[in-house]
Design a protein. Sequence first.
Length: 223
Amino acid sequence: MTVYEMLLKVKDDKYKEFQAKLVPNIPPENIIGVRTPKMREVAGKVFKSDIRDEFLNEIPHKYYEENLVHFFVIALIKDFDECVAAVDKFLPYVDCWPVSDQASPKCFKKNHDKLLPYIKKWIASDHVYTARFGMRMLMNEYLGEDFKEEYLDLVASKRGEDYYLKMMVAWYFATALAKQYDASVKYIEERKLDKWVHKKAIQKAVESFRVTDEHKEYLKTLR
């Protein structure tokens, strides 16, 4: 059974309508309509099956859900070198924000030294969703113990007019304001971000339960 056939068995036509609105840049005829938990179940089956390698090499895929399953399968790969090579190969084919945002390879957490050069390369990419994925990995993996102030520059210096690119920069800084406030607030105070991104980062930080009330009040004055 192909991945497409596996997805057809668990499709939800009403959910398809919702997904079509969520990703307007994807043609509705390329959306099957499968909920995320079901796609993760499919990915788990594919990962353990003899069709895994064939499926991962069948890019580009036609359907939105095939791309999501593809990334979910990659995220299950335990060997870092194998996993990051598969990510690198797939990123140019990512064509919307949910595919870019939903997969987080577990093996990345134990390989920060090896991962960082890839993240820098991805963020520098002209491909919107490759850059977005790189920034999300920097946000997920390097705002804790391995944080360095120089990482903020990697994101702050990323420029572009694409909405999903700018939103990722704002999301990154809103999260940084929650986790590394003293370093990241300087970028807001000095207005180092694009004007739209600046306002959106403050908005998202003010809406976050992880940012203190005191910090929220101060951030409001910097709008």
